[in-house]
Design a binder for this molecule. Sequence first.
Ligand code: ZN
Length: 430
Amino acid sequence: MIDRNETGLKMYALLAELFPFCRSLTGTGVQETLSVIEKDVPLQYTYVPSGTKCFDWEVPDEWHISSAFIRDTAGVKIVDFSENNLHLMGYSVPVCGWFTIKELTPHIFTLPNKPDTIPYLTSYYKKRWGFCMRHNDFLKMKDEKYYVEINSTLKPGNLILAEVYLPGETDKEILFSCYYCHPSMANDCLSGVVTTAQLYQEISREKRRYSYRFLFIPETIGAISYLNLNQSTIKERVHAGFVVTCCGDPGKFNYKKTRHGNHEIDRLSENILKFSNHPYQIRNFWPGGSDERQYSSPGFNLPMGLLMRSVYTEYPQYHTSDDNLKFVTAQALGETLDLYYKIVLGMEGNRHYHSQNPFCEPQLSKRGLYPSLGVQKDHSDEIRNRMWVLNYSDGNHDLLSIAEKMNTSILDLIQTAQILEGAGLLKNEE
Ligand code: ZN
């Protein structure tokens, strides 16, 4: 048994280390983030230059920020980016000068309903500037004019797509895609980054039937750039995958289905959740959310699911300073990782077997696979599994469909199939 408490603590520690960096689509915070992940994950980089056309989009300039603040007439900084990354609207253009409160107010964003919370805003494609602040602090601004300074640069540079690939017996890939572009957002964004990094480490140690690819990219434009670069191969390559985000809050699990709706990965995820003892909800695909919007656009239609805790946009902390290190827990991260890992085990073990004795039942007792003195209760489940797997291993049923008929976990049937295969009663002839 793997100790998931320890896994969760390790994931939380990485999340806490990455939390303070000021990430965006591009810039220093991205480079700092990737260099920390690189300690455990051998990332390969693709650089996409600013201005590159990707379908209907264009890669924006690189943004770097060194400082940003608003000072009152007494010289006191009333908002300071160095105190919280969220105080500055992402991709703000440089500004320097005095503004009347009337001129400044359209550049200030608050949450009047949550007066002590800072909103998270970006403006990647329209050149503007803005500060995000606590509404209560905004109400204290009584001066006639304020001094504003934003020391940012927006210049041609590169978007960084980071990936790592683990080859398996087949070229068919399972794709895990997470996004790194949110500054100081613990559940939305970073929980997906640490889950993907941990999954890489665990899957890299296993014998693999499928190949696996793990992407660390900026949301939306990163996925669009990646799909643009891989347009000719990706549909053929990807068997199924996940957009990994919102893995760390203690809310119940939500599985958002792929656009296909009844793909193997949808059925597997539901099977694993059903026998996990965790509360969960299955949600049909909708064309909003994260990078599934790109992967599951009709031209690609890749079967990408999402295993989340609380669903992005629906939890009150979403895109605010309340999505922080207190909102995510080591335990929740460990539990989510465990479910992902079990889905991978299910995917690896879900095969079509052929019974080698299709004419009447094989005699299990002479092979030591059936108790000769009648069935004791503690053996009865396993005997039942053996009978179902033998009967339905006709080449037309994979283990998942047998598990669904039986209303049992595929992980139990994988063990059963291995025993029967070891006794020469089943063959996997794919
Ligand atoms: Zn987000």
